[in-house]
Design a protein around this ligand. Structure first.
Ligand SMILES: Cc1cc2nc3c(=O)[nH]c(=O)nc-3n(C[C@H](O)[C@H](O)[C@H](O)COP(=O)(O)OP(=O)(O)OC[C@H]3O[C@@H](n4cnc5c(N)ncnc54)[C@H](O)[C@@H]3O)c2cc1C
Length: 410
């Protein structure tokens, strides 16, 4: 899934919460220069490009996305946490999280494409063979290519590893058959990361383990099927694997990767969820800024609507929730930098931030009345866009299951 642009091409403003100070800034201090450099890039280079987009174009064209990715990589922002020898900038994870936050907060529809998301370098490939790292991961880190992840199946969503797509030994390689669904970026990707249940040859049958394969999108037997139009303009796709012969060299991690996909994927979940949390915190902050600005200007019954306590309630509650969510995300990111990647931490942050963002956008739209409901207004788009964030990277309910288990429940 691509955590894509928060809003159609409309006026982004300065990257502050309506000029308010924020307690969470204390956790940003160390990376303030980097964040300021990114904000300057967004403001000077991306906003003018976004201003040229047609107001109705919710998804920037592929060539513009590619330009933004590569330019951002050249400046050291894109995939910043990857090592320099792979084309990254060796940034701490907290810095990456702050950049995603800044992208969401900017309101610039091109800013999210400047940072590696679910179509960028996959942590799965960090476990790749040296040849896979050189051939596949490095071009992804440099923003020269994109990929998609084909994990979900019609009967395997939250229960992601109950797969019916199978990989069976076929000479030196593997024979893959099955059907994947809800795959983002399949129409633009150069590569597909495909996860299949695997017969390990130990008599346990074809679903004993799961293996991840990296395949070019034009690999024979791999076909894009149905296209699903999403609520916010980003389509999803079905992928079919029909008698697909995958060479041994396509198993991520080589021989060690056979049957190991569940463990490898679990390893990368926490970071992915914290990135979604950061993006949500940024979107919530952007919505709050729009709400506060509007409440200061719009007049009703002879006063700015912000004078009324019912309106203040929407905005003050959002402000409290946004600050709390952001502090949680940043604290979890810092723990990752200190070597603690507890899945329940990321689950708490993703749950809190995504649900906060949904509420923040809803309330900001309410403050705008009909103005926010009209097609083309950033809040109208965000209202549709932000709804996916409680579903992607594990639903809110799945995050609660993770936290409950960590609490010794269930
Ligand atoms: C915008 C978008 C982009 C996506 N991109 C990709 C992609 O690129 N690649 C990919 O492979 N997939 C992708 N997906 C699919 C996504 O990963 C799944 O939608 C998600 O895992 C949920 O699965 P599901 O939709 O089948 O819901 P289900 O698993 O069927 O869940 C339905 C409901 O039941 C609840 N539920 C399920 N199990 C439990 C439980 N144990 N306890 C409590 N409640 C439970 C869920 O929380 C949910 O509310 C994308 C989805 C979206 C919306």
């Amino acid at each position: 899934m691509n955590p894509a642009a928060p809003g159609p091409a409309t006026t982004p403003g300065p990257a502050t919460t309506a000029g308010l100070s924020a307690p969470s800034a204390v956790l940003e201090a160390e990376h303030r220069e980097l964040v300021a450099a990114f904000e300057s890039f967004v403001c000077r280079e991306l906003e003018p490009l976004a201003a040229e987009l047609a107001e109705s174009a919710e998804q920037p064209p592929a060539d513009l996305r590619a330009y933004v990715r590569k330019r951002s990589a050249a400046l050291g922002f894109y995939a910043g946490d990857y090592p320099e020898e792979l084309g990254g900038s060796d940034m701490p994870f907290t810095a990456v999280v702050l950049l995603h936050h800044a992208a969401g907060r900017s309101g610039c529809p091109l800013a999210p494409y400047a940072l590696a998301g679910s179509d960028g370098p996959s942590p799965l490939l960090r476990h790749g063979t040296p040849e896979q790292i050189e051939r596949h991961l490095v071009p992804l880190v440099r923003g020269e290519r994109t990929r998609c992840l084909a994990l979900t199946e019609p009967q395997a969503g939250s229960d992601a590893f109950r797969l019916t797509t199978t990989a069976v030994r076929d000479g030196d390689g593997w024979l893959l058959n099955g059907r994947k669904t809800f795959v983002s970026n399949a129409d633009r990707a150069d590569l597909a990361l495909v996860v299949a249940a695997t017969d390990l040859g130990d008599g346990a049958g074809p679903t004993a383990g799961a293996t991840a394969f990296v395949l070019p999108m034009d690999h024979p037997g791999l076909r894009i099927g149905q296209r699903y139009e999403g609520m916010s303009g980003e389509p999803l796709f079905e992928l079919t694997l029909d008698q697909l012969h995958a060479p041994a060299s396509s198993v991520i991690g080589g021989e060690d990767g056979i049957g190991a996909a569940t463990g490898l994927a679990m390893d990368s979940l926490s970071r992915g969820r914290l990135v979604v949390a950061a993006m949500c915190d940024g979107i919530a902050e952007y919505a709050l800024r729009l709400g506060v600005e509007y409440a200061r200007e719009r007049r009703a019954f002879g006063h700015p609507i912000g004078d009324y306590q019912h309106v203040q309630e929407h905005l003050v509650r959002t402000r409290a929730e946004v600050e709390a969510a952001k502090l949680l995300t940043l604290a979890c990111a810092r723990l990752v930098d200190e070597g603690t990647e507890a899945p329940e931490n990321a689950a708490l942050a993703k749950l809190t931030s995504s649900e906060t963002a949904v509420r923040a956008v809803d309330r900001a739209l309410q403050v705008h009345g009909a103005t926010g409901w009209v097609r083309g207004h950033p809040l109208e788009y965000l209202y549709r866009y932000v709804r996916m964030t409680t579903i992607i990277e594990g639903t809110s309910e799945v995050q609660k299951v993770i936290v409950a288990r960590a609490m010794g429940l269930g």
